[in-house]
Ligand binder design. Structure first.
Ligand code: NOJ
Length: 547
């Protein structure tokens, strides 16, 4: 392949800005706090890009995903000058900056919506999705809001409903109105000119709905239970992903390409589709839409070797002819932490998987330490999803708690005596950057080793992927190869020791084990993996057959 670009060979690190570093002493993270920690992301944990969850002015009904001004910074986080400094300093360190872009909805406090709401005749009325009630007064259709309840809010003053796919404080913009498209493309230009390298596009496929707003059909697989939001009781076939969405992203891609002369820009879309051929459509038929539609397969799957392999093979197959670039994610601000979902030992194996698969890896802040979900007392709950669906485990505060830097009070996230916006994990005395740096077998040490290895060996990010058959039950074994370098990655998902079947590969050297307690020669005819162990073996000799 041609020389991979930064977003292909690199690792993207997601920062939840409220929780990374508090420089002002208000218990909430900010841009200057991130600036102070860039050294960590440059040298300690060498990543290639940071993605900042929203930092725009916002009433924070959904913690920044309710944008009141797309072209400024919320004072809580700093200002545009600090943002410029952050971009400049990141670039100086060869770290790219990706920002969240939230096109589906604004805040109800955005001047566009305030104007739109002011009258049926407002020039901005059609910037949002307004509809008359049905003859019996009920909402225009059966669409459900993601966070609960019907997706329509009645406006008594103008006697119409407006659409909100999320909170009622997040009215959906009408992307069928060319003025909206033009205004939002201007927003993108504003940030491109400020030097951002890419955009993470929030609920990307949701922006285009059925123009006739037809009812969504029931989801035959949905069973009411605490963990499954009512929103999932309907299939979102009409409320999201209308085929017209592809035209918008082709245009947006062209816009990004115009700015890619001096350095390549990119966009990665939040697209929750698990049918891989359908998901792959978001790369564009000519690879002219998203550089990467996020692949959430590893968030959705039961933590079991065969199921994980099905995800990887499904993604690889879907991209084979198209030539799209794969990507993987283990965690984000909407999903419980990987170490809580599957356990600490298993999370080490997951990290090895993430950082040795073909394609771009996105790492959620704190997962490199094995940070866990933090139970949130009732009086500290922040997330609107938890407030609307209390006690069901759907809330997202547990995975958004402050970064654990050291064992000092407040884990070095904010000054002692300040109350952080969310409580810290009880375990922060052991699970933190300083402790783990000093521990040669910590999760952080493992992550650093894997990152270094991946950087040094293109085979591990860009090389071909080939699963090995037969693998023992509960094991996932694959080969990565590029430019004459070959690595065998073997992952044991079980608690039992397993011996791999004799592999017809040359001898090799263990370059990293998830247990961080062995290296040296590996004989592929007698290679044993311990309980929950993963190993990367560098095979001798660049070429040769492998049957
Ligand atoms: C997806 C974001 O990741 C999530 O945090 C947010 O609540 C919704 N989109 C609405 O913007």
């Amino acid at each position: 392949m041609s020389e991979p670009l930064w977003w292909q060979r690199g690792v993207i690190y997601q920062i939840y800005p409220r929780s990374f570093g508090d420089s002002t002493g208000d218990g909430v993270g900010d841009l200057a706090g991130i600036l102070q920690k860039l050294e960590y992301l440059d040298h300690t944990l060498p990543v290639d890009a940071i993605w900042l969850s929203p930092i725009y002015p916002s009433p924070m009904a959904d913690f920044g995903y309710d944008v009141a001004n797309y072209v400024d910074i919320d004072p809580l986080f700093g200002d545009l000058d600090t943002f410029d400094r952050l971009v400049e300093e990141a670039h100086r360190r060869d770290i790219r900056v990706i920002i969240d872009f939230v096109p589906n909805h604004s805040s109800d406090q955005h001047p566009w919506f305030i104007e739109s709401r002011s009258s049926r005749h407002s020039p901005k009325r059609d910037w949002y999705v307004w509809r008359d009630p049905q003859p019996d007064g009920s909402p225009p259709n059966n669409w459900l809001a993601y966070f609960g309840g019907i997706a329509w809010e009645w406006d008594e003053a103008t006697k119409q409903y407006y659409l909100h796919s999320f909170l009622k404080e997040q009215p959906d913009l009408n992307w069928r109105n060319p003025e909206v498209t033009a205004a939002m493309f201007d927003v993108v230009r504003f940030w491109l000119k400020r030097g951002v390298d890419g955009f993470r596009i929030d609920v990307a496929h949701a922006i285009m709905k059925d123009p006739e707003l037809r009812d969504n059909p029931p989801n035959p697989d949905w069973r009411p239970n605490a963990q499954s939001p009512e929103h999932d009781s309907l299939l979102t076939v009409h409320s999201a992903g209308h085929p017209d969405v592809h035209g918008v992203y082709r245009d947006l891609r062209r816009l990004l390409d115009e700015y890619s002369g001096e350095r390549p820009r990119m966009m990665v879309g939040e697209i929750h589709i698990f049918d891989w051929p359908r998901w792959a459509q978001y790369y564009g038929a000519q690879l002219d839409e998203f550089h990467l539609p996020f692949n959430f397969g590893l968030l959705d799957v039961g933590w079991e070797a065969a199921a994980i392999r099905r995800v990887v093979d499904g993604v690889e197959d879907a991209l084979h002819t198209l030539g799209g670039w794969p990507n993987y994610v283990l965690g984000n601000h909407d999903t419980h932490r990987i170490a809580s979902r599957i356990g600490q030992t298993e999370a080490r194996l997951a990290m090895m998987l993430l950082l040795t698969l073909r394609g771009t890896a996105t790492l959620y802040y704190g997962d490199e330490l094995g940070m866990v979900d933090v139970p949130i007392p009732l009086d500290r709950v922040q997330d609107p999803f938890e407030k609307l669906t209390p006690g069901r485990g759907l809330g997202r505060d547990p995975e958004r708690t402050p970064m654990q830097w050291d064992a000092a009070p407040n884990a070095g996230f904010c000054a002692a005596g300040v109350e952080p916006w969310l409580p810290l994990a009880d375990s922060y005395g052991e699970i933190n950057v300083a402790e783990e740096l000093a521990d040669p077998r910590s999760m952080l040490t493992l992550t650093r080793r894997l990152l270094d290895l991946r950087r040094a060996h293109p085979a591990l990010h860009s090389g071909s992927y080939r699963p090995i058959d037969p693998a023992p039950d509960h094991c996932f074994v694959y080969l990565r190869e590029e430019q004459g370098e070959r690595f065998l990655v073997s992952l044991n998902f079980s608690a039992e020791e397993v011996m791999l079947p004799a592999l017809d590969v040359p001898n090799g050297t263990i370059v990293v084990s998830t247990h961080l307690d062995r290296d040296g020669r590996a004989d592929p005819a007698r290679f044993t993996l311990r309980s929950h162990e993963g190993c990367v073996v560098r095979l001798e000799g660049g070429t040769g057959t492998l049957s």
